[in-house]
Write a protein that binds this ligand. Structure first.
Ligand code: SF4
Length: 374
C-alpha cells in the first residue's frame, strides 16, 4: 500500500476550519502540519510506503493535486483531519469526491488503528521518527521542518520549534499531557541566527511550542542570549496566560515577541473547567493585565461548543465587561467552535456541540466591545 499525505491548497479567501492554526494542516496559517507529518512518518515506519506533499506552501491548486494523483497511481489517498463536521470543510474537498482512488475525510484510526495508538501512547518515539523522516521530503536536514513560506503573503514564515509537548492537559488538545520539553536555548538561538542570515526583510518567524512561559529559567536565558546576539529579531509565539506575572511579561517584552498567542479559551471558571484548562478567570485577568502593563501585543483565543450553560455564558459576559473596563484590549480575538479530534478526551464527552441561543449574546458583546470584528 502507498499513501500520499498532503496539506491541501489554500484559497486566499477560504479557510476550511474555524481554528486558524492547526497542526493537522487544516487552517490557513503558516504553522507546519506537525501532527500530519508525525502520522505520515510513523505510518511509513510501520508497514506502508508514505510520502508527503505540501500543496499550500507550493502555491498549487486543486487541478495540480488531481494531476499528481494520476501520476502517483496510488492505491488510495487518505487525508487525515478532525474537522469533518464543518460544511465549508466538506465543500473544500469537493474536487476529490469524484476520484475513485481517493478516500477522503477519514480518520487516522480508519487507516491503521495500531499506528494511531502508537502515536497517542508514545509521543516521543513518534516525534523522533518525524525528525528522521522530514529531511527526506524537504532535503534540508539542518532546519528540518522549519522552512515554510507564509501562505497568502509576499513574505515567508520560518517556523522554529522551541519545544514539544505541554505541561497541561486540556481535553481538546493533541499536545495535552505530552512530555513538555523545550529545546536547549543555544540550539534555538543558532537556528534563529541562521534564519537571520537567509531571510528577506518581510519574512516572519514563528517560535513554535505549547508556551514559552512554562519555564521561566528557559525564558530568562533565551532573552539574555537573544538580546546579546539577535536583538533585532522579532517573532510570534504561544504563551500560557495563567503563567504570566509582571516579571514574565517584562521578559516577554524584552524577548521581541510581536503578537503573543493567548489560548484562554473561556472567561468563566465553569467553562474553563469544561475545557480542563489550567487557568482560572482570575489568573487570566492577572496575566492579561500584566501583558497590558508591559505593553506586549497579544491575541486571544476563545472557543465554544463543549456544553456551556446559560450560567457560564452570563458569567463570561460579566467578566468580559470587567476586563474591558480594566483596559484589557487584545489585538484581536479568535472565536470559534471546538471540533473534537478522535483520540482527544473531548471527543468522548457528552453534551458537546450544543449551541445555546445565549451564545449569540456573548458574541454580540464581543463585537460591541470591539474584541471581534462585526
Ligand atoms: S495549555 Fe495549550 S498546548 Fe497545553 S494542553 Fe492546553 S491547549 Fe494544549
Amino acid at each position: 500500500m502507498k499513501i500520499l499525505f498532503f496539506n491541501p491548497p489554500l484559497y486566499a479567501d477560504k479557510y476550511y476550519t474555524e481554528a486558524e492554526e492547526c497542526c493537522f494542516g487544516m487552517a490557513g496559517k503558516p504553522v507546519v502540519p506537525h501532527n500530519l507529518l508525525r502520522i505520515a512518518s510513523t505510518i511509513s515506519n510501520f508497514r506502508v510506503k508514505a510520502t508527503f506533499k505540501d500543496y499550500a506552501i507550493e502555491n498549487k491548486t486543486w487541478p495540480d493535486v488531481l494531476t499528481d494523483l494520476e501520476d502517483y497511481n496510488l492505491a488510495f489517498t487518505p487525508i487525515l483531519h478532525g474537522g469533518t463536521a464543518h460544511n465549508r470543510y466538506l465543500a473544500y474537498y469537493e474536487p476529490l469526491h469524484h476520484n475513485k482512488k481517493v478516500v477522503a475525510l477519514c480518520y487516522p484510526d480508519a487507516i491503521a488503528p495500531e499506528v494511531y495508538q502508537y502515536l497517542r501512547l508514545d509521543y516521543d518515539a513518534s516525534l523522533r521518527l518525524m525528525h528522521q523522516w522530514i529531511p527526506r521530503f524537504n532535503g534540508n536536514s539542518q532546519i528540518n521542518y522549519s522552512l515554510y513560506p507564509y501562505h497568502n503573503t509576499a513574505g515567508k514564515v520560518y517556523v522554529v520549534q522551541a519545544g514539544t509537548g505541554c505541561k497541561y492537559n486540556c481535553n481538546f488538545c493533541v499536545w495535552a499531557g505530552k512530555k513538555y520539553q523545550l529545546r536547549p536555548v543555544d540550539d534555538v538561538i543558532n537556528q534563529l541566527s541562521h534564519i537571520d542570515r537567509v531571510r528577506a526583510p518581510r519574512d516572519e518567524i514563528f517560535l513554535l511550542s505549547s508556551q514559552i512561559t512554562s519555564d521561566p529559567e528557559w525564558l530568562q536565558r533565551f532573552v539574555e542570549e537573544k538580546t546579546k546576539w539577535l536583538p533585532n529579531i522579532r517573532f510570534y509565539g504561544d504563551i500560557g496566560v495563567g503563567e504570566v506575572t509582571e516579571a514574565i511579561a517584562s521578559l516577554l517584552k524584552k524577548s521581541g515577541i510581536m503578537n503573543a498567542t493567548v489560548g484562554a479559551e473561556a472567561l468563566s471558571d465553569g467553562w474553563l473547567r469544561k475545557f480542563r484548562k489550567p487557568w482560572t478567570y482570575d489568573s487570566i485577568k492577572r496575566g492579561l493585565l500584566a501583558l497590558q502593563k508591559a505593553d506586549v501585543t497579544y491575541h486571544l483565543i476563545l472557543r465554544c461548543g463543549i456544553g456551556e450553560t446559560q450560567a457560564d455564558i452570563a458569567e463570561s459576559i460579566r467578566n468580559l465587561v470587567e476586563l474591558n473596563n480594566l483596559g484589557v484590549k487584545p489585538d484581536y480575538v479568535q472565536w470559534g467552535k471546538i471540533y473534537p479530534y478522535p483520540g482527544t478526551d473531548i471527543s468522548t464527552l457528552e453534551g458537546k456541540q450544543e449551541f445555546l441561543p445565549e451564545l449569540k449574546l456573548y458574541v454580540d458583546w464581543l463585537k460591541d466591545l470591539g474584541w471581534i470584528k462585526r
